[in-house]
Design a protein around this ligand. Sequence first.
Ligand SMILES: CC(C)(COP(=O)(O)OP(=O)(O)OC[C@H]1O[C@@H](n2cnc3c(N)ncnc32)[C@H](O)[C@@H]1OP(=O)(O)O)[C@@H](O)C(=O)NCCC(=O)NCCS
Length: 191
Amino acid sequence: MAMALCCLIKSFRIMQSGSHALRYSWPTKIRTSLYKKLIGLVRLYYNRVWGMHIAEGARISLTAKLDKTYPDGLHIGTYSAVTFRSSVMTHDFVNGVHLQTRIGAYCFIGAGALIMPGVTVGDHCIVGAGSVVLRDVPPHSLVFGNPARVMEKGIMTGEFGRRLRNAEATPVAHGSDSVPITDAALSGAAS
Ligand SMILES: CC(C)(COP(=O)(O)OP(=O)(O)OC[C@H]1O[C@@H](n2cnc3c(N)ncnc32)[C@H](O)[C@@H]1OP(=O)(O)O)[C@@H](O)C(=O)NCCC(=O)NCCS
């Protein structure tokens, strides 16, 4: 029975991978629709049970890690997405501090990214997968790497940090010439 089900799922996936019209497979569609129903409850759970500050419309992956040691320090803006296996930290055991960590509105936090305690990520930012964000991120920035650096300024994002391409963006050279996230970068940020 299980074998037959697996074969059926496989054959559907093969059929769908050959079609350019379909972007998502049906298991993905089912999963997404269930997740959309769950997402409000997830937000309520973090806010009501733990006392975090997650704005309406924000999406938190079930595998994301939100710091429960100092939940009052955790702020996530409206229509931001914190994707799978990313972590948002509000305390540092080593230095014995509890800090306010803020993610603005319309941000995207990529898979496995680490947002360190005390960091503020401005509105309309994209944090690349696997990034380690040690410093504040100016609004409208694309950052990635370890440590995360501003790779592009003046970007525009929509719901859940999806990039909107029609906005004018200022590319910054990748690699060693990239701009570290500093106070100067902050003051030069697009608003
Ligand atoms: C950060 C990101 C948005 C950049 O996308 P992009 O602008 O299309 O960038 P590109 O893929 O053209 O890559 C440009 C350069 O940056 C590097 N780069 C891209 N993303 C990177 C990341 N997360 N970490 C380190 N380097 C990265 C690429 O290797 C490339 O380097 P090169 O120019 O030396 O070859 C994207 O890579 C990313 O991380 N998306 C999130 C994916 C994710 O988390 N998905 C799961 C949840 S939906």
